[in-house]
Design a binder for this molecule. Structure first.
Ligand SMILES: NC(=O)c1ccc[n+]([C@@H]2O[C@H](COP(=O)([O-])OP(=O)(O)OC[C@H]3O[C@@H](n4cnc5c(N)ncnc54)[C@H](OP(=O)(O)O)[C@@H]3O)[C@@H](O)[C@H]2O)c1
Length: 312
C-alpha cells in the first residue's frame, strides 16, 4: 500500500511516499481503508523527534492519529460491517498517513450523517481532547463560566462548541483575525490576546482550558473562581506539582492526555447530529503533499483543522 513515512527524525522533508505492506488486524482489531487523515501538532512533534521518549524510535514510521475510512474486513461478531463509514483516533503508534490501517474496534465510531470524509477525519483527536478535558473534576455545568485560550485552533474550536453544548457561558481568546470565526462557533465573548491580557480581566471563571498551552496556572489562577479548574494541553513539571497539591487548594490545576475512545466519539457524533458541533477544515492536501501540511501546522496559525486526502 501507499504510505507517507519518515525514516529518521527531522524536518517536513523527511515525509516521503513509500510502498509498505498492508497491516494485518490482530484480535479485537479491524482493517480499514483510509479516505482522509487529519494533521495534528503531535504529528510534527513525533516527526522532529521531540516526543521520542513517548513515540519510540522505530522506522519506517507512518504518522497520523485521525482517520475517516471504510471498514475493509471485520470479524464475524463485530458491530462494524465491510463498507461501513467510520472514524477514529489512533493510538500514539499512528498509521493514519496511509491507504490502510488497523484500529481497535473499541476506538471506532460510525460517521454521523452530514459529514463528508474530510470533515470526519478532522474530528477525533481534537474533539476528544476538548471533551475529555472538560470532563475532569466533575465536568461543566450549565451556566458555568468557561474560558478557552487558543479558541481558533483544532482543540479550541471544538472546545468552544462543546462548552456551549453543555450550557456554559464561553469566553474565547484568539487573535483579531479569528474573532468572527470564533463568534460563529458560538463564543459569547471574545478577547483578542494582542490587545488585552485575559489573565487581568475582572471575570472569575469556573473552568479555563488553555488549548494552546500559552499561559500558565500561576497567571490563570488569578481569574479562577474558588473551586475552579485550569487545564492545559501540555504537561510540564509545574503542572505535575500543582496537580499533586490540588487536594490542598480551592483553585485546581491539571492537564489532559487524550485517549482514543469509540464511546466518547459517539458523544461527539451525537453533538454533530444535533447540529451543536461542526468541524471546520481550513485546507486539504493530497497525501503526497503532507510535507506542506506539516509546514503549515508547525506555524501554529491554523484555523480549525488541516486534512490530508488519501482517496481524492
Ligand atoms: N495532551 C494532549 O492530549 C493534546 C491533545 C491535542 C493537542 N495537544 C496540544 O495542544 C496544542 C494545541 O493543539 P491544536 O490542535 O489546537 O493546535 P493548532 O490547531 O495548531 O492551534 C493553532 C491555533 O493556535 C492559535 N494560537 C497560536 N498562538 C496563540 C496564542 N499565543 N494565544 C492564543 N492562541 C494562539 C492560533 O490562532 P491565532 O493565529 O489567532 O493566534 C491558531 O488558530 C498543541 O501543542 C498540541 O500538541 C495536546
Amino acid at each position: 500500500m501507499k504510505a507517507l513515512t519518515i525514516n529518521q527524525f527531522g524536518g517536513p522533508e523527511q515525509l516521503r511516499i513509500q510502498e509498505v505492506a498492508i497491516p494485518a488486524a490482530g484480535p479485537g482489531e479491524i482493517l480499514v481503508r483510509i479516505h482522509a487523515t487529519a494533521v495534528n501538532p503531535v504529528d510534527y512533534k513525533i516527526r522532529n523527534g521531540s516526543m521520542k521518549f513517548i513515540s519510540g524510535k522505530k522506522f519506517p514510521r507512518i504518522l497520523g492519529g485521525d482517520i475517516a475510512d471504510t471498514v475493509e474486513q471485520s470479524p464475524k461478531k463485530s458491530l462494524y460491517r465491510p463498507g461501513d463509514k467510520v472514524f477514529a483516533m489512533l493510538s500514539i503508534k499512528g498509521g493514519g498517513y496511509a491507504e490502510f490501517t488497523t484500529v481497535r474496534e473499541s476506538h471506532l465510531c460510525h460517521i454521523p450523517e452530514g459529514l463528508n470524509m474530510t470533515e470526519a477525519a478532522s474530528v477525533p483527536l481534537a474533539a476528544l481532547t476538548a471533551l475529555q478535558a472538560f470532563r475532569k473534576e466533575g465536568g461543566i455545568k450549565p451556566g458555568d463560566l468557561v474560558l478557552i485560550n487558543g479558541a481558533s485552533g483544532g482543540v479550541g474550536s471544538f472546545a468552544v462548541q462543546i462548552a456551549k453544548a453543555r450550557g456554559a457561558y464561553v469566553t474565547a481568546v484568539c487573535s483579531a483575525r479569528n474573532t468572527e470565526f470564533v463568534k460563529n462557533l458560538g463564543a459569547d465573548r471574545v478577547i483578542d490576546y494582542n490587545s488585552e491580557d485575559f489573565t487581568k480581566i475582572s471575570t472569575r471563571f469556573n473552568r479555563i482550558l488553555d488549548a494552546v498551552a500559552k499561559s500558565s496556572f500561576r497567571r490563570c489562577s488569578k481569574i479562577l473562581e474558588k473551586g475552579g479548574l485550569y487545564v492545559s494541553t501540555i504537561p510540564n513539571n509545574g503542572l505535575f506539582f500543582y496537580q499533586a497539591l490540588n487536594f490542598l487548594r480551592s483553585k485546581k490545576a491539571g492537564f489532559i492526555m487524550v485517549r482514543p475512545s469509540g464511546g466518547d466519539l459517539m458523544i461527539i457524533a451525537d453533538y454533530i447530529k444535533k447540529g451543536l458541533v461542526r468541524p471546520f477544515v481550513q485546507q486539504t492536501f493530497p497525501l503526497e503533499e503532507g510535507a506542506r501540511a506539516h509546514e503549515i501546522i508547525e506555524s501554529e496559525r491554523v484555523r480549525g483543522k488541516i486534512v490530508l486526502s488519501v482517496i481524492p
